[in-house]
Design a protein around this ligand. Structure first.
Ligand code: ARG
Length: 461
C-alpha cells in the first residue's frame, strides 16, 4: 500500500483494481497539485490534534511534524506526481511514507479527504483573495494617480454613447475606481465565507476522536468552525462567492477596457496607448493595438463561465460530499489565474496612457450645455417643461443651420423665449456647467476633491 508506484488511500474492499479509464477520469492532481502547501499546513495541524486526542504520542507527533516539513521540502525541491498519485492528498501521503515509514499511516485517522480538501481549498482561497485584493488596489492606485493630475480637464460624458454633459477627467477616472471598491467588498465577504473550518467533519458525520476543533481553527487561522458536518463537506458557497466577486471584477475591468479601447480610436483620440501594453500588426505597419485591454474584455466571459459551471454542478447535488465537487477547483483556479494575469495588465496599460486633454476639451460642444440653458430659464421662474421645449427648438434650429448652439444669434434665443437675457451665452459655458454640479458625487472640482480624498482613504483602510 505504501509502496511508491502503487500508493493509494483506498482499495481494501475491492478485489480487483480500478480500470485505467476510471483512474484517468478520477485523477485530479493536475489541477489540485497547487494545494500542496495548504494540504501540508492542515495536515500538520491535524497531527497536533491527534496528539491532543492521544491518538499519537508526543514523540510520534514530533516525527509526523518533521516528516510533513520534509514533504514540504520535497515539493519545494520540485517533487513531481507519479502516475499513481490520484490527487495531491495521495501524493503528500506517499511522500510522508518515504520519510517516516509506517507512522505516516496514522495521519489519516479520523479525517477524510472530504473535510481535508474542503479545508485546503478554503486556505488556498483565503490566500488568493489577499493577492486579488492587492491586484485590484493596483488598478485603483493608477486610476487615482491620473485622477489627481486631471481634476480640471474636461471631456464629454456619454449616455447611450452620445455626448451628454461635460465632466472632469478625474470624475470619469473615478467612475471606474468605485466599482472596484465594491469588488473589494465582495471579496472581503467571500473571505468571511471562506474562513469557516470544515476539518473535523470527517467524511460526513464528524470525527469520532477527541480532536479539539478550536485548536485546529486557531492554528489554521479560521474565523469560525463549521456548525454542521454534513453541510461542511458539501459546502462550496465560498467558491461561488469568490467566483461571483471575480465575475463582477472582470465585468468592471471589461467596461473600463471598452471605454479605453473606444477612447483610443482615431475617431475619439482621447487617449494614446503606450508601448509596453500594445502590440503591432504582422501586416499593417502603422497599427498599435490595445491587446491587453481586449484580452481583459474577453477574460470576463471566461470568469463568468467558471461561475456558471460551478453553480450548475451544485444545483442538483444531494447533501454531503459528491465527486462532482472535485471540479470546483478547476473553475476556481482558472478564474483566479486569469484575474491574476489581467489585473496587473490593466494597471500597466492604464498607467502608461497619454490623455489627450486637448481633444477631450474640443469634443465638449456647446449643445452639451443645453440642460444648463434650460436651467437658466428655470432660475428665472419658467417651468422645466416649458424651458426644455424652448431649448429643444433652439437645438433644432442650430442643427438645421449647421451651427453650434452658441453660434446662433442672441435674437434667436430671445425669440425662442422672452426670459432669455443678455447673459444667455454664459449658460453655455462648459466650466460653469461643471461648477454648478457641486453636490456630493457631482462633477464639480470641489465635489471631485472630496471624492479623491474618500478614494484615497479607501485604499489605506
Ligand atoms: N480530489 C478530491 C476532490 O478534489 C478529494 C476528495 C475526495 N473524496 C472522496 N470521497 N473521494 O474533491
Amino acid at each position: 500500500m505504501s509502496d511508491g508506484a502503487t500508493h493509494k488511500l483506498w482499495g481494501g474492499r475491492f478485489a480487483g483494481g480500478p480500470s485505467a479509464i476510471l483512474d484517468a477520469v478520477n485523477r485530479s492532481i493536475t489541477v489540485d497539485f497547487r494545494l500542496w502547501p495548504f494540504d501540508i499546513q492542515l495536515s500538520r495541524a491535524w497531527a497536533r490534534g491527534l496528539v491532543h486526542g492521544r491518538i499519537l504520542t508526543d514523540d510520534e507527533g514530533a516525527r509526523m511534524d518533521a516528516g510533513l516539513a520534509a514533504v514540504a521540502d520535497d515539493f519545494v525541491a520540485g517533487a513531481q506526481p507519479l502516475p499513481s498519485d490520484e490527487d495531491v492528498h495521495t501524493m503528500v501521503d506517499r511522500l510522508l511514507h518515504t520519510h517516516i515509514g509506517e507512522l505516516a499511516s496514522k495521519l489519516h485517522t479520523g479525517r477524510s479527504r472530504n473535510d481535508q480538501v474542503a479545508t485546503g481549498a478554503r486556505l488556498w482561497t483565503m490566500d488568493a483573495i489577499e493577492q486579488l485584493d492587492l491586484g485590484i488596489r493596483g488598478v485603483q492606485s493608477v486610476l487615482l494617480k491620473h485622477a489627481e493630475l486631471h481634476q480640471h480637464d474636461l471631456l464629454p460624458a456619454y449616455t447611450h454613447l452620445q455626448r451628454a454633459q461635460p465632466v472632469t477627467l478625474a470624475h470619469w477616472l473615478l467612475s471606474h475606481f468605485w466599482p472596484l471598491s465594491r469588488d473589494r467588498q465582495r471579496l472581503a465577504d467571500a473571505m468571511r465565507t471562506s474562513s469557516v473550518l470544515p476539518l473535523g467533519s470527517g467524511a460526513i458525520a464528524g470525527t469520532a476522536f477527541p480532536i479539539p476543533r478550536e485548536l485546529l481553527q486557531q492554528e489554521l487561522g479560521f474565523a469560525a468552525l463549521s456548525p454542521n458536518s454534513i453541510d461542511a463537506v458539501g459546502d462550496r458557497d465560498f467558491v461561488a462567492d469568490t467566483l461571483y466577486a471575480l465575475t463582477m471584477t472582470a465585468t468592471h475591468l471589461s467596461r473600463l477596457a471598452e471605454d479605453l479601447i473606444l477612447f483610443g480610436t482615431s475617431e475619439f483620440g482621447f487617449v494614446q496607448f503606450g508601448d509596453a501594453f500594445s502590440t503591432g500588426s504582422s501586416m499593417m505597419p502603422q497599427k498599435r493595438n490595445p491587446d491587453a485591454l481586449e484580452l481583459t474584455r474577453g477574460s470576463a466571459a471566461r470568469v463568468f463561465s467558471d461561475l456558471t459551471s460551478l453553480v450548475m454542478a451544485l444545483k442538483g447535488l444531494p447533501s454531503g460530499y459528491n465527486k462532482d465537487l472535485q471540479d470546483d477547483k478547476r473553475a476556481l483556479f482558472d478564474a483566479v489565474d486569469v484575474m491574476a494575469l489581467v489585473l496587473p495588465a490593466v494597471a500597466g496599460a492604464v498607467d502608461e496612457l497619454t490623455f489627450r486633454t486637448d481633444r477631450m476639451r474640443n469634443a465638449v460642444t456647446s449643445v452639451m450645455m443645453a440642460t444648463d440653458l434650460a436651467d437658466y430659464l428655470v432660475l428665472r421662474g419658467v417651468t422645466f417643461r416649458e424651458s426644455h421645449a424652448a431649448v429643444g427648438a433652439l437645438v433644432r434650429q442650430a442643427e438645421e443651420q449647421r451651427l453650434e448652439l452658441h453660434e446662433l444669434p442672441l435674437s434667436a434665443f430671445t425669440a425662442a423665449h422672452a426670459m432669455f437675457g443678455d447673459d444667455t451665452l454664459d449658460a453655455l459655458s462648459a466650466q460653469a456647467s461643471v461648477d454648478r454640479r457641486s453636490v456630493p458625487g457631482g462633477t464639480a472640482v470641489t465635489a471631485v476633491r472630496a471624492q479623491l480624498d474618500a478614494a484615497e482613504a479607501s485604499l489605506k483602510a
